[in-house]
Design a protein around this ligand. Structure first.
Ligand SMILES: Cc1ncc(COP(=O)(O)O)c(C=O)c1O
Length: 343
């Protein structure tokens, strides 16, 4: 573990962040003639740059302190900001465990950061010795762990995660986009133990707000301070902050949708088990199933012709398709289409 300040890019450590009008005054009361806004209308004011009301709601729900929260325009933005805060272009390196979420590679490339890709084991868990070896490489600054992992659907071993966090002298970003579907508790409970971790979650999956672009980051106050300097001042719109608060308050909808998705996942699993085109299904604690099929390209094209769009993950894992869990009707259409494919 390390002093976080030493890990921040020097230009970010010394950066004086933009001070927006709403940084100085919150815009709740008074005559506001400071932000060149139009005085008329309902959406005429800039939103809270620090999303305080939303953070209050999340802090309460997730049992964390507001000071340890960062809200991104989707968790994708938090991934990008992590690179920008900690990784010096053309110098520092980041480590990812493949196969995993494709955006890490894109974000690294945008930021001109070399990636070290370490394969997961055959059952898609952490290969401890290979990962440690990669992290020992000079200039390895950031490790990204995706748990539950996309596109494989499984959780990574917690003991191995801890061992790595405890020995790595860099930042560990833990992506928990799908944690709400699993029974596992969040790694945000590790925040007090490890100053070098960042946990990200999203409202795009279990909370059904992919369109609103709201991602949650949990980290030390020090890391949040750097993130706030780097983010665009008004990175989450007022409409989307309000939509997020509404979704978080409505626990009943959240729970009933989640229950439906999980029971539909079981139904799909049973149907895929019976289908001769499906050779293997991987265990999933998420809202999708990864399956090895006889010929992913042929099956993918045949489904697309029937206007059923799934994800072909064969470039990452040979002959594998990823099925998101849809509504009961959508899943029934998928099952029927798969059962009727004449290939
Ligand atoms: C593992 C993982 N992380 C992050 C994201 C991005 O989510 P968001 O909508 O919050 O940007 C996704 C989206 O599919 C994902 O699968």
């Amino acid at each position: 573990m390390n002093n976080v300040k030493k890990l921040v890019r020097p230009s970010i450590a010394t950066l004086k962040g933009y001070s927006s009008a709403r940084d100085e005054f919150t815009g709740m009361e008074g005559v506001f003639l400071d932000a060149n806004e139009n005085p008329f209308g309902n959406l005429n004011r800039y939103p809270d740059p620090y999303q305080r009301q939303l953070k209050r709601q999340i802090a309460q729900l997730k049992h964390v302190s507001e000071e340890n929260l960062f809200i991104g325009n989707g968790s994708d933005e938090i991934i990008d900001i992590t690179f920008r805060v900690f990784c010096e272009p053309q110098k520092d390196k980041a480590v990812i465990l493949i196969p995993t979420y494709g955006m890490y590679e894109v974000s690294a490339a945008i930021n001109n950061i070399e990636l070290i890709k370490v394969p997961l084991t055959a059952d898609f868990d952490i290969d401890l010795s290979a990962t440690k070896k990669a992290l020992a490489s000079e200039d390895a600054k950031l490790l990204i762990l995706c748990s539950p992992n996309n596109p494989t659907g499984n959780l990574l071993n917690r003991g191995a995660m801890r061992e790595i966090i405890e020995t790595f002298n860099g930042i560990v970003l833990i992506d928990e986009a799908y944690i709400d579907f699993s029974d596992e508790i969040s790694c945000n409970t590790w925040l007090k133990e490890y100053p070098n971790i960042i946990i990200i979650q999203t409202l795009s999956k279990a909370y059904g707000l992919a369109s609103a672009r709201v991602g949650i980051g949990y980290a030390s106050q020090e890391i949040i301070h750097y993130f706030n300097k780097v983010k665009p001042p008004y990175n989450v719109s007022g409409l989307n902050q309000a939509a997020a608060i509404k979704a978080l308050v409505d626990n009943e909808t959240y729970l009933s949708q989640k229950e439906m998705i999980l029971s539909e996942r079981q139904k799909l699993r049973t149907a895929l088990d019976k289908n001769p085109l499906v050779l293997k299904q991987y265990p999933s604690v998420t809202n999708f199933i990864l399956a090895k099929v006889t010929d992913a390209k042929v099956i993918y094209n045949a489904l697309t012709n029937k206007k059923i769009i799934v994800r072909n993950r064969s470039t990452q894992i040979k002959n594998c398709l990823r099925f998101s869990i849809g509504t009961p009707d959508e899943n029934a259409q998928l099952i029927q289409a798969l059962n009727n494919l004449s290939i």
